[in-house]
Ligand binder design. Structure first.
Ligand code: IVH
Length: 699
């Protein structure tokens, strides 16, 4: 590890630069810890940064300005949105995909209510946006909140006020004192395309679909930015309303909303039978591509509000409504080529390059072909016209080849038997039972540049070492420049390669400050938490969960390495690995193979000269709270929140920030609010701090 210069050896200029950089890093860590609940450094590493920051100020008092972090108490106030508790929860809808399911839904309603024939239903388009609750008091908009988890959302009032068609004041003299209007915030196809054009021009990321566009716009902290991204709203439901309700039916409520000046969708219809409902479904589907905004189905609701009340809810979905989803959108286009991508573990993945085509408002030019068997099964050939499908956020898929449009002379696709990048043999493994793996893999794992680049990307990625400034693009460029070949090279960049900074400036167009920032963000990751470090190595079958299991079990990297290296020959070491709960045989084999490989040994030795993973505290599995999900809320008397969290985790519990049906136990202190109410609603066990201490045997 590179030791920083003693503070006394620095001159003021150096000290100021380091102080400034450390301040930015510490603020970022504070934000991740306090606001995002997702720290990326261990407490020890955070303390080390803090101590260095303070030492700099002691040696150079001029750095101790009024806005220094040493003068602030605790975390900055949250920059996020205020939380809003929904008086009436915002729940979701059950789905129907087939026509029979609509019939079954209607039959259930009839049976539940003991009717002879179906009641009236209303069919409405299901808008694909984000739901929002607008609270009007005395006819004036006072608050707008997102759905959040259904019980608690975020206050987006300022952003909703930028939507022109949402009235600040309701029309008409007879509006209820309190009226919470619920509906969907969405972005039109045209506005979405223009937004993406601006993103492209500014070199910013392209958004996947209008819903993401709307979500991004609504969750802007600066309403001015929201105003630049036009949003729209359709009202379709309500929450808290002072009595009496202005209408007795859903259709009547929609009319009332319209009279108040709220936008409602025109494509709604009251239906008297299942046939009527399905006819309206088909009518809406026929309009779908010309609406100019995304809809993903039709919602059927029992029209009479008193019947809705009688039907009520099953867990989180109403018995009185269902969403009849549209099938995924499809289109046909020509397949121009098949590109083979080589992943981190050598898997060769075929990707279809297509003539760009608009599928439901999104331009598609790539589709996944999964693997070689899939190409053979569908007999996909270059030049073929193919039918593709896009559903939600998933990668577009090729459904079938239109054989009648196949160009003469098109040949069956031959899947490469060697890695297209390094030329090593590409093989399909067989398991103990003799089954062939569907994936063909490059066998040159240590010489294959494609695998090396993917491994580096993984190493630096957000859930691994999270090295800021080393994104996929930079890694590709640095790799091809020869600046970085292995993970160890990343940390040696600033010190070993004296020319690195010059190369970065001259060839990669980095400014001096960016070089400094990049080097500093690399420096900040020399002490990664053990689980992240293990995950970052990119061992097959070792995802975040298995990495955490290994870290928890072994505590230090050294212990993990020693045991696994022995495991190839030593029965006891092997038995120890087998005993780790949750770790399957494929994962164990992968870890043993990884550490047995001499090249990996060398690479690890080099890496461990640069990086020191923070040991992880061993966790008990026999404690009374092991395996339980616990939420702490309210204030504590005997210890800090951090301490009690760490104590619970040491005892094998999972600590969560929010209450859900997965929560096992709430430890509530004075001042506990919404979480406590929700826990009561869900019937979760609630205890106080004293009882907690007793339970874990410390009281
Ligand atoms: S009614 C109790 N009507 O779909 C359920 N929801 O899957 C109240 N949505 O969260 C919702 N269009 O975001 C309703 N016409 C419509 C809708 C609609 C879109 C969304 C809404 C909801 C989700 C449920």
């Amino acid at each position: 590890m590179k030791k920083p210069k003693p503070v006394g050896d620095l001159n003021l200029r150096e000290a100021r630069a380091e102080h400034e950089k450390l301040g930015a890093d510490i603020s970022e860590h504070d934000k991740r810890y306090y606001q995002d609940d997702a720290p990326v450094v261990s407490d020890a590493e955070y303390d080390r940064l803090r101590r260095r920051y303070e030492a700099l100020e002691q040696a150079f008092p001029e750095l101790s300005t009024p806005d220094s972090l040493t003068r602030k108490v605790g975390a900055k106030p949250s920059e996020k949105f205020k939380k809003v508790r929904h008086k009436v929860p915002m729940l979701s809808l059950g789905n129907a995909f087939a026509e029979e399911e609509v019939g079954e839904f209607v039959a259930r309603v009839i049976r539940f209510l003991g009717l002879q024939k179906p009641p009236d239903f209303i069919a409405e388009p299901k808008i694909d946006g984000l739901s929002c609750s607008l609270r009007y008091e005395g006819g004036t908009l006072v608050q707008a909140a997102t759905r959040g988890d259904g019980y608690e959302g975020e206050d987006v009032t300022a952003n909703i006020r930028t939507i022109k068609e949402v009235p600040q004041k309701l029309k008409g003299a007879h509006t209820p004192d309190v009226l919470e209007v619920r509906g969907e915030v969405y972005m039109t196809h045209a506005d979405f395309a223009a937004l993406n054009e601006r993103q492209r021009a500014a070199g910013k990321p392209i958004l996947a679909n209008p819903r993401n566009g709307a979500a991004g716009a609504l969750r802007q902290l600066d309403p001015k930015i929201t105003a630049e991204r036009p949003l729209h709203f359709f009202a379709y439901s309500w929450g808290d309303v002072s009595m009496p309700l202005p209408a007795k039916t859903q259709s009547g409520m929609l009319d009332f909303f319209r009279r108040c000046g709220l936008p409602t969708n025109e494509l709604t219809k009251v239906c008297r039978s299942v046939d009527d409902m399905l006819a309206q479904y088909r009518a809406i589907e026929a309009e779908r591509s010309s609406l100019g905004y995304d809809i993903d189905g039709v919602v059927y609701k029992v029209d009479a509000v008193d019947l809705q009340d009688r039907l009520g809810f099953v867990s989180r979905t109403p018995r009185w409504a269902v969403a009849h989803k549209f099938p995924a959108e499809q289109a046909t286009t020509v397949l121009r080529g098949i590109e083979i991508q080589v992943g981190r573990t050598g898997a060769l993945t075929p990707v279809a390059r297509l003539d760009p085509i608009n599928v439901g408002g999104v331009v598609v030019s790539n589709a996944t072909l999964h693997n070689e068997d899939e190409i053979a099964r569908k007999d996909v050939r270059i030049g073929d016209t193919v039918r593709i499908q896009r559903a939600g956020d998933v990668i577009p898929q090729i459904l079938e080849v239109l054989k009648e449009k196949r160009p003469r002379g098109a040949k069956p696709y031959e899947f490469p038997q060697v890695c297209p990048v390094c030329g090593s043999a590409a093989v399909r493994e067989t398991d103990e039972k003799g089954n062939e793996d569907v994936v063909r893999r490059c066998t040159g794992s240590l010489i294959c540049p494609a695998q090396a680049v993917e491994r580096l990307k993984h190493f630096c990625s957000r859930n691994a070492l999270d090295i800021e400034g080393l994104g996929d693009k930079q890694i590709e460029a640095f790799f091809s420049e020869g600046l970085i070949r292995t993970a160890a090279d990343i940390f040696a960049l600033a010190t070993r390669d004296a020319k690195a900074a010059t190369k970065l400036t001259e060839r990669e167009g980095y400014g001096e400050t960016s070089v400094r920032n990049l080097f500093a963000s690399i420096e900040a990751r020399r002490h990664p938490p053990l689980n992240r470090f293990i995950y970052a190595l990119g061992i097959r079958h070792i995802g975040e969960t298995n990495a955490r299991r290994l870290a928890r079990h072994f505590g230090t990297f050294d212990a993990l390495r020693k045991t696994t290296m022995k495991a190839a020959a030593d029965f006891e070491a092997r038995a120890e690995l087998d005993s780790i709960g949750g770790l399957g045989p494929a994962a164990i084999k992968a870890v043993v193979d990884f550490f047995a490989e001499p090249h990996n040994e060398q690479a690890l030795d080099a890496l461990l000269k640069e990086v020191t993973p923070e040991p992880m505290e061993a966790v008990e599995t026999s404690s009374p709270v092991a395996g339980k999900t616990i939420v702490f809320t309210g204030s504590l008397e005997k210890m800090t929140r951090e301490e009690i969290k760490a104590q619970a985790e040491r005892l094998g519990a999972k600590v969560s920030g929010s209450v859900s049906s997965k929560t096992d136990l709430i430890v509530a202190g004075p001042g506990a609010g919404s979480k406590l109410n929700k826990a009561r609603e869900l019937g979760i066990e609630i205890i106080d701090e004293m009882a907690w201490l007793k339970r874990i045997g410390a009281g």
